[in-house]
Design a protein around this ligand. Sequence first.
Ligand code: CP3
Length: 354
Amino acid sequence: MSQLKNDRYLRALFKQPVDMTPVWMMRQAGRYLPEYKATRGEAGDFMALCTNPELACEVTLQPLRRFKLDAAILFSDILTIPDAMGLGLYFETGEGPKFHHPISSKMDVENLPVVDPELGLGYVMDAVRTIRKNLKGEVPLIGFSGSPWTLATYMVEGGSSKAFTKIKKMAFAEPQTLHLLLDKLADSVILYLNAQIAAGAQSVMVFDTWGGVLSPRDYQLFSLQYMEKIVAGLTREYEGQRIPVTLFTKNGGQWLEAIAATGCDAIGLDWTINIADAKARVGDKVALQGNMDPSVLYAPKERIEQEVSDILAGFGKGEGHVFNLGHGIHLDVPPENAGHFVEAVHKLSKPYHN
Ligand code: CP3
Protein backbone atom coordinates (compact mmCIF):
# COMPACT_ATOMS: atom_id res chain seq x y z
CA MET A 1 0.00 0.00 0.00
CA SER A 2 3.01 2.24 0.50
CA GLN A 3 3.10 3.17 -3.20
CA LEU A 4 -0.28 4.92 -2.86
CA LYS A 5 -0.21 8.62 -2.04
CA ASN A 6 -3.59 8.32 -0.31
CA ASP A 7 -4.42 4.88 1.11
CA ARG A 8 -7.11 6.02 3.60
CA TYR A 9 -9.83 4.04 1.84
CA LEU A 10 -7.91 0.74 1.97
CA ARG A 11 -6.78 1.39 5.55
CA ALA A 12 -10.37 1.95 6.68
CA LEU A 13 -11.49 -1.28 5.01
CA PHE A 14 -8.77 -3.09 6.97
CA LYS A 15 -9.80 -1.18 10.13
CA GLN A 16 -6.42 0.47 10.38
CA PRO A 17 -5.99 4.01 11.77
CA VAL A 18 -6.62 6.95 9.41
CA ASP A 19 -6.31 10.74 9.83
CA MET A 20 -9.86 11.33 8.58
CA THR A 21 -12.74 9.19 7.33
CA PRO A 22 -12.31 8.28 3.65
CA VAL A 23 -15.18 9.06 1.29
CA TRP A 24 -16.31 8.20 -2.22
CA MET A 25 -19.76 8.26 -3.84
CA MET A 26 -21.60 5.43 -5.51
CA ARG A 27 -22.09 6.44 -9.18
CA GLN A 28 -19.62 9.27 -8.71
CA ALA A 29 -18.99 9.36 -12.46
CA GLY A 30 -22.22 10.11 -14.28
CA ARG A 31 -24.87 12.41 -15.60
CA TYR A 32 -24.89 14.91 -12.71
CA LEU A 33 -21.51 16.08 -14.12
CA PRO A 34 -21.71 18.20 -17.31
CA GLU A 35 -18.24 16.96 -18.34
CA TYR A 36 -19.56 13.37 -18.24
CA LYS A 37 -22.42 14.27 -20.55
CA ALA A 38 -19.96 15.93 -22.92
CA THR A 39 -17.69 12.85 -23.04
CA ARG A 40 -20.65 10.50 -23.49
CA GLY A 41 -21.84 12.67 -26.35
CA GLU A 42 -18.41 12.38 -27.92
CA ALA A 43 -18.49 8.57 -27.52
CA GLY A 44 -21.97 8.27 -29.03
CA ASP A 45 -23.67 6.27 -26.32
CA PHE A 46 -23.12 4.64 -22.94
CA MET A 47 -21.76 1.30 -24.18
CA ALA A 48 -19.40 3.07 -26.59
CA LEU A 49 -18.06 4.89 -23.55
CA CYS A 50 -17.62 1.65 -21.55
CA THR A 51 -15.85 -0.14 -24.39
CA ASN A 52 -13.37 2.66 -25.10
CA PRO A 53 -10.59 2.43 -22.45
CA GLU A 54 -9.37 6.02 -22.93
CA LEU A 55 -12.87 7.49 -22.57
CA ALA A 56 -13.77 5.13 -19.70
CA CYS A 57 -10.59 6.33 -17.99
CA GLU A 58 -11.47 9.97 -18.66
CA VAL A 59 -14.92 9.70 -17.03
CA THR A 60 -13.51 7.70 -14.10
CA LEU A 61 -11.12 10.57 -13.38
CA GLN A 62 -13.62 13.43 -13.87
CA PRO A 63 -15.12 13.38 -10.34
CA LEU A 64 -11.61 13.12 -8.84
CA ARG A 65 -10.61 16.36 -10.55
CA ARG A 66 -13.51 18.16 -8.87
CA PHE A 67 -13.58 16.55 -5.42
CA LYS A 68 -11.00 15.19 -2.95
CA LEU A 69 -12.38 11.65 -3.21
CA ASP A 70 -10.42 8.87 -1.52
CA ALA A 71 -11.08 6.24 -4.19
CA ALA A 72 -11.75 5.91 -7.90
CA ILE A 73 -14.27 3.39 -9.22
CA LEU A 74 -13.90 1.76 -12.60
CA PHE A 75 -16.30 3.23 -15.12
CA SER A 76 -18.31 0.33 -16.49
CA ASP A 77 -21.61 -1.35 -15.69
CA ILE A 78 -22.77 -4.50 -13.90
CA LEU A 79 -24.57 -5.60 -17.08
CA THR A 80 -21.37 -6.19 -19.05
CA ILE A 81 -21.43 -9.86 -17.94
CA PRO A 82 -24.88 -10.70 -19.35
CA ASP A 83 -23.93 -8.75 -22.48
CA ALA A 84 -20.79 -10.90 -22.88
CA MET A 85 -22.96 -14.01 -22.35
CA GLY A 86 -24.79 -13.04 -25.54
CA LEU A 87 -27.95 -11.31 -24.28
CA GLY A 88 -27.39 -8.12 -26.28
CA LEU A 89 -27.46 -5.17 -23.87
CA TYR A 90 -28.88 -1.89 -25.11
CA PHE A 91 -30.12 1.33 -23.55
CA GLU A 92 -33.26 3.13 -24.61
CA THR A 93 -33.32 6.79 -23.58
CA GLY A 94 -35.22 7.25 -20.36
CA GLU A 95 -35.99 3.56 -19.97
CA GLY A 96 -32.81 2.11 -18.53
CA PRO A 97 -31.06 -1.07 -19.65
CA LYS A 98 -32.70 -3.73 -21.85
CA PHE A 99 -31.71 -7.04 -23.45
CA HIS A 100 -32.45 -8.19 -27.00
CA HIS A 101 -32.40 -11.84 -25.84
CA PRO A 102 -33.67 -12.20 -22.27
CA ILE A 103 -33.64 -15.58 -20.53
CA SER A 104 -37.03 -17.27 -20.62
CA SER A 105 -36.52 -21.04 -20.45
CA LYS A 106 -34.43 -23.83 -18.99
CA MET A 107 -32.86 -24.30 -22.42
CA ASP A 108 -31.79 -20.65 -22.51
CA VAL A 109 -30.00 -21.15 -19.19
CA GLU A 110 -28.40 -24.43 -20.29
CA ASN A 111 -27.07 -22.78 -23.45
CA LEU A 112 -25.60 -19.85 -21.54
CA PRO A 113 -21.80 -19.86 -21.41
CA VAL A 114 -19.71 -19.03 -18.35
CA VAL A 115 -17.91 -15.88 -19.49
CA ASP A 116 -14.18 -15.94 -20.14
CA PRO A 117 -13.36 -12.35 -19.19
CA GLU A 118 -10.23 -12.27 -21.34
CA LEU A 119 -12.32 -12.99 -24.41
CA GLY A 120 -15.63 -11.18 -23.97
CA LEU A 121 -14.67 -8.52 -21.45
CA GLY A 122 -11.14 -7.59 -22.44
CA TYR A 123 -12.24 -3.96 -22.85
CA VAL A 124 -12.96 -3.79 -19.11
CA MET A 125 -9.48 -5.04 -18.22
CA ASP A 126 -8.00 -2.55 -20.72
CA ALA A 127 -9.93 0.21 -18.94
CA VAL A 128 -8.64 -0.97 -15.53
CA ARG A 129 -5.02 -0.90 -16.78
CA THR A 130 -5.47 2.52 -18.41
CA ILE A 131 -7.07 3.98 -15.28
CA ARG A 132 -4.36 2.58 -12.96
CA LYS A 133 -1.69 4.13 -15.17
CA ASN A 134 -3.39 7.52 -15.21
CA LEU A 135 -4.21 7.52 -11.50
CA LYS A 136 -0.46 7.59 -10.85
CA GLY A 137 -0.88 6.13 -7.37
CA GLU A 138 -3.05 9.02 -6.12
CA VAL A 139 -5.90 6.88 -4.75
CA PRO A 140 -6.88 3.21 -5.00
CA LEU A 141 -9.06 1.87 -7.83
CA ILE A 142 -12.24 -0.08 -7.01
CA GLY A 143 -13.36 -2.85 -9.38
CA PHE A 144 -16.91 -4.18 -9.25
CA SER A 145 -19.55 -6.59 -10.41
CA GLY A 146 -23.25 -7.20 -9.87
CA SER A 147 -24.33 -10.05 -7.60
CA PRO A 148 -25.62 -13.18 -9.36
CA TRP A 149 -29.18 -12.53 -8.12
CA THR A 150 -29.17 -8.88 -9.24
CA LEU A 151 -27.75 -9.80 -12.67
CA ALA A 152 -30.32 -12.60 -13.00
CA THR A 153 -33.19 -10.14 -12.32
CA TYR A 154 -32.18 -8.04 -15.35
CA MET A 155 -31.53 -11.14 -17.51
CA VAL A 156 -34.89 -12.79 -16.79
CA GLU A 157 -37.04 -9.63 -16.60
CA GLY A 158 -35.37 -8.35 -19.79
CA GLY A 159 -34.49 -5.04 -18.10
CA SER A 160 -35.35 -3.03 -14.99
CA SER A 161 -38.34 -4.19 -12.99
CA LYS A 162 -40.55 -3.09 -10.11
CA ALA A 163 -42.44 -6.29 -9.28
CA PHE A 164 -39.89 -8.96 -10.36
CA THR A 165 -42.70 -11.27 -11.48
CA LYS A 166 -40.74 -13.27 -14.07
CA ILE A 167 -37.72 -14.03 -11.92
CA LYS A 168 -39.90 -14.82 -8.89
CA LYS A 169 -41.95 -17.16 -11.02
CA MET A 170 -38.72 -18.92 -11.99
CA ALA A 171 -37.60 -18.98 -8.33
CA PHE A 172 -40.73 -20.74 -7.15
CA ALA A 173 -41.93 -22.73 -10.18
CA GLU A 174 -38.52 -23.77 -11.53
CA PRO A 175 -35.93 -23.31 -8.76
CA GLN A 176 -33.38 -25.68 -10.36
CA THR A 177 -33.30 -23.53 -13.50
CA LEU A 178 -32.66 -20.40 -11.46
CA HIS A 179 -29.95 -22.14 -9.41
CA LEU A 180 -28.20 -23.22 -12.62
CA LEU A 181 -28.32 -19.61 -13.84
CA LEU A 182 -27.04 -18.22 -10.51
CA ASP A 183 -24.23 -20.76 -10.43
CA LYS A 184 -23.06 -19.84 -13.94
CA LEU A 185 -23.21 -16.19 -12.96
CA ALA A 186 -21.25 -16.77 -9.74
CA ASP A 187 -18.51 -18.57 -11.71
CA SER A 188 -18.45 -15.75 -14.27
CA VAL A 189 -18.29 -13.08 -11.54
CA ILE A 190 -15.34 -14.85 -9.86
CA LEU A 191 -13.41 -14.98 -13.15
CA TYR A 192 -14.37 -11.38 -13.95
CA LEU A 193 -13.38 -9.87 -10.59
CA ASN A 194 -10.15 -11.89 -10.45
CA ALA A 195 -9.30 -10.59 -13.94
CA GLN A 196 -9.99 -7.02 -12.74
CA ILE A 197 -7.67 -7.64 -9.77
CA ALA A 198 -4.93 -9.02 -12.04
CA ALA A 199 -5.36 -5.93 -14.27
CA GLY A 200 -4.95 -3.57 -11.29
CA ALA A 201 -8.16 -3.24 -9.23
CA GLN A 202 -7.04 -2.72 -5.62
CA SER A 203 -10.42 -3.47 -4.01
CA VAL A 204 -13.63 -5.03 -5.29
CA MET A 205 -17.28 -4.44 -4.57
CA VAL A 206 -20.32 -6.61 -5.34
CA PHE A 207 -23.58 -4.71 -5.95
CA ASP A 208 -26.65 -6.65 -4.86
CA THR A 209 -29.15 -3.95 -5.71
CA TRP A 210 -32.17 -6.26 -5.63
CA GLY A 211 -31.43 -8.81 -2.84
CA GLY A 212 -33.75 -6.80 -0.60
CA VAL A 213 -36.85 -7.82 -2.54
CA LEU A 214 -36.51 -11.41 -1.25
CA SER A 215 -37.82 -12.98 1.95
CA PRO A 216 -35.12 -13.78 4.55
CA ARG A 217 -35.02 -17.44 3.58
CA ASP A 218 -34.95 -16.73 -0.16
CA TYR A 219 -32.28 -14.05 0.28
CA GLN A 220 -30.03 -16.71 1.79
CA LEU A 221 -30.95 -19.25 -0.89
CA PHE A 222 -30.91 -17.14 -4.06
CA SER A 223 -28.59 -14.25 -3.29
CA LEU A 224 -26.31 -14.56 -0.28
CA GLN A 225 -25.29 -18.17 -0.94
CA TYR A 226 -23.86 -17.12 -4.31
CA MET A 227 -22.11 -14.04 -2.95
CA GLU A 228 -20.51 -16.33 -0.36
CA LYS A 229 -19.24 -18.52 -3.20
CA ILE A 230 -17.79 -15.41 -4.86
CA VAL A 231 -16.03 -14.23 -1.67
CA ALA A 232 -14.48 -17.71 -1.32
CA GLY A 233 -13.33 -17.71 -4.97
CA LEU A 234 -11.72 -14.27 -5.08
CA THR A 235 -8.01 -13.48 -5.14
CA ARG A 236 -7.65 -11.91 -1.69
CA GLU A 237 -3.98 -11.09 -2.01
CA TYR A 238 -2.27 -9.91 -5.18
CA GLU A 239 1.42 -9.04 -5.55
CA GLY A 240 1.76 -8.82 -1.78
CA GLN A 241 -1.28 -6.54 -1.29
CA ARG A 242 -4.49 -7.63 0.42
CA ILE A 243 -7.53 -7.07 -1.79
CA PRO A 244 -10.59 -6.15 0.28
CA VAL A 245 -14.09 -7.14 -0.80
CA THR A 246 -17.24 -5.15 0.01
CA LEU A 247 -20.74 -6.59 -0.29
CA PHE A 248 -23.67 -4.20 -0.74
CA THR A 249 -27.25 -5.45 -0.51
CA LYS A 250 -29.72 -2.61 -0.86
CA ASN A 251 -32.39 -3.04 1.83
CA GLY A 252 -30.24 -5.75 3.41
CA GLY A 253 -30.05 -4.16 6.87
CA GLN A 254 -31.83 -7.02 8.59
CA TRP A 255 -29.24 -9.56 7.37
CA LEU A 256 -25.96 -7.93 8.43
CA GLU A 257 -24.79 -10.85 10.58
CA ALA A 258 -25.30 -13.30 7.72
CA ILE A 259 -23.54 -10.99 5.26
CA ALA A 260 -20.59 -10.53 7.65
CA ALA A 261 -20.34 -14.32 8.00
CA THR A 262 -19.50 -14.68 4.27
CA GLY A 263 -15.94 -13.60 5.05
CA CYS A 264 -16.17 -10.24 3.27
CA ASP A 265 -14.07 -7.33 4.57
CA ALA A 266 -16.81 -4.72 4.51
CA ILE A 267 -20.57 -4.28 4.18
CA GLY A 268 -22.13 -1.45 2.19
CA LEU A 269 -25.15 0.03 4.00
CA ASP A 270 -28.09 1.90 2.57
CA TRP A 271 -29.71 4.70 4.64
CA THR A 272 -32.60 2.65 6.03
CA ILE A 273 -30.40 1.38 8.86
CA ASN A 274 -28.83 3.40 11.66
CA ILE A 275 -25.06 3.04 11.35
CA ALA A 276 -24.63 2.90 15.16
CA ASP A 277 -26.91 -0.18 15.25
CA ALA A 278 -25.04 -1.74 12.32
CA LYS A 279 -21.72 -1.17 14.09
CA ALA A 280 -23.01 -2.70 17.33
CA ARG A 281 -24.15 -5.78 15.41
CA VAL A 282 -21.20 -6.50 13.08
CA GLY A 283 -18.57 -3.80 13.69
CA ASP A 284 -16.21 -6.27 15.33
CA LYS A 285 -16.16 -8.43 12.18
CA VAL A 286 -16.29 -6.09 9.20
CA ALA A 287 -15.78 -2.49 8.14
CA LEU A 288 -18.88 -0.48 7.20
CA GLN A 289 -19.44 1.68 4.15
CA GLY A 290 -22.22 4.26 4.00
CA ASN A 291 -24.79 5.46 4.53
CA MET A 292 -26.24 8.88 3.75
CA ASP A 293 -29.52 9.10 1.84
CA PRO A 294 -28.44 10.41 -1.60
CA SER A 295 -31.45 12.78 -1.57
CA VAL A 296 -29.80 14.79 1.23
CA LEU A 297 -27.58 16.18 -1.53
CA TYR A 298 -30.55 18.28 -2.68
CA ALA A 299 -30.42 20.16 0.62
CA PRO A 300 -28.51 23.36 1.47
CA LYS A 301 -24.90 23.02 2.65
CA GLU A 302 -25.79 23.28 6.37
CA ARG A 303 -28.27 20.41 6.13
CA ILE A 304 -25.72 18.22 4.30
CA GLU A 305 -23.16 18.98 7.03
CA GLN A 306 -25.70 18.11 9.73
CA GLU A 307 -26.41 14.74 8.16
CA VAL A 308 -22.71 13.96 7.73
CA SER A 309 -22.10 14.97 11.34
CA ASP A 310 -24.92 12.69 12.59
CA ILE A 311 -23.60 9.69 10.67
CA LEU A 312 -20.04 10.29 11.89
CA ALA A 313 -21.33 10.52 15.47
CA GLY A 314 -23.35 7.34 14.94
CA PHE A 315 -20.27 5.41 13.90
CA GLY A 316 -18.32 7.17 16.65
CA LYS A 317 -14.68 6.67 17.48
CA GLY A 318 -12.78 3.72 16.15
CA GLU A 319 -11.66 2.52 12.76
CA GLY A 320 -13.48 0.76 9.94
CA HIS A 321 -15.73 3.40 8.37
CA VAL A 322 -15.75 4.39 4.71
CA PHE A 323 -18.20 7.23 4.17
CA ASN A 324 -20.50 6.95 1.17
CA LEU A 325 -24.05 7.50 0.03
CA GLY A 326 -26.49 4.68 0.72
CA HIS A 327 -27.06 4.31 -3.04
CA GLY A 328 -26.07 6.08 -6.25
CA ILE A 329 -25.99 9.87 -6.53
CA HIS A 330 -29.09 11.27 -8.26
CA LEU A 331 -28.58 12.65 -11.76
CA ASP A 332 -30.03 16.09 -10.99
CA VAL A 333 -27.89 16.85 -7.93
CA PRO A 334 -25.86 20.07 -8.29
CA PRO A 335 -22.16 19.05 -8.44
CA GLU A 336 -21.25 21.70 -5.84
CA ASN A 337 -23.45 19.92 -3.30
CA ALA A 338 -21.44 16.73 -3.85
CA GLY A 339 -18.38 18.88 -3.18
CA HIS A 340 -19.86 20.15 0.13
CA PHE A 341 -20.51 16.53 1.11
CA VAL A 342 -16.95 15.33 0.46
CA GLU A 343 -15.45 18.34 2.25
CA ALA A 344 -17.80 17.91 5.21
CA VAL A 345 -16.77 14.27 5.68
CA HIS A 346 -13.08 15.16 5.78
CA LYS A 347 -13.48 18.26 7.95
CA LEU A 348 -15.95 16.86 10.48
CA SER A 349 -14.32 13.42 10.85
CA LYS A 350 -10.91 14.59 12.09
CA PRO A 351 -11.93 14.61 15.80
CA TYR A 352 -12.89 10.93 15.50
CA HIS A 353 -9.34 9.92 14.56
CA ASN A 354 -6.09 10.48 16.42
O1 CP3 B 1 -19.32 5.93 -11.05
C1 CP3 B 1 -19.58 4.73 -10.79
O2 CP3 B 1 -20.18 4.38 -9.75
C2 CP3 B 1 -19.07 3.66 -11.73
C3 CP3 B 1 -19.94 3.26 -12.78
C4 CP3 B 1 -21.21 2.44 -12.57
C5 CP3 B 1 -22.29 2.52 -13.48
N1 CP3 B 1 -23.21 1.59 -13.15
C6 CP3 B 1 -22.36 3.46 -14.60
C7 CP3 B 1 -23.65 3.74 -15.25
C8 CP3 B 1 -21.55 1.46 -11.63
C9 CP3 B 1 -20.78 1.01 -10.40
C10 CP3 B 1 -22.82 0.92 -12.01
C11 CP3 B 1 -23.49 -0.19 -11.30
C12 CP3 B 1 -24.86 -0.57 -11.66
N2 CP3 B 1 -25.44 -0.57 -12.90
C13 CP3 B 1 -25.79 -1.10 -10.75
C14 CP3 B 1 -25.55 -1.39 -9.28
C15 CP3 B 1 -25.53 -0.18 -8.43
C16 CP3 B 1 -26.87 0.47 -8.27
O3 CP3 B 1 -26.98 1.64 -8.70
O4 CP3 B 1 -27.76 -0.15 -7.72
C17 CP3 B 1 -26.98 -1.38 -11.46
C18 CP3 B 1 -28.26 -1.94 -10.90
C19 CP3 B 1 -26.73 -1.05 -12.83
C20 CP3 B 1 -27.65 -1.24 -13.99
C21 CP3 B 1 -27.89 0.01 -14.70
N3 CP3 B 1 -26.98 0.65 -15.51
C22 CP3 B 1 -29.08 0.77 -14.72
C23 CP3 B 1 -30.34 0.41 -13.96
C24 CP3 B 1 -28.86 1.87 -15.55
C25 CP3 B 1 -29.86 2.90 -15.95
C26 CP3 B 1 -30.17 3.81 -14.84
C27 CP3 B 1 -29.55 5.13 -15.12
O5 CP3 B 1 -28.91 5.67 -14.19
O6 CP3 B 1 -29.70 5.58 -16.25
C28 CP3 B 1 -27.53 1.81 -15.98
C29 CP3 B 1 -26.83 2.79 -16.86
C30 CP3 B 1 -25.64 3.46 -16.26
N4 CP3 B 1 -24.61 2.82 -15.62
C31 CP3 B 1 -25.33 4.85 -16.32
C32 CP3 B 1 -24.09 5.03 -15.70
C33 CP3 B 1 -23.32 6.31 -15.56
C34 CP3 B 1 -26.17 5.90 -17.01
C35 CP3 B 1 -26.00 5.74 -18.47
C36 CP3 B 1 -26.02 7.03 -19.21
O7 CP3 B 1 -24.98 7.70 -19.29
O8 CP3 B 1 -27.08 7.33 -19.75
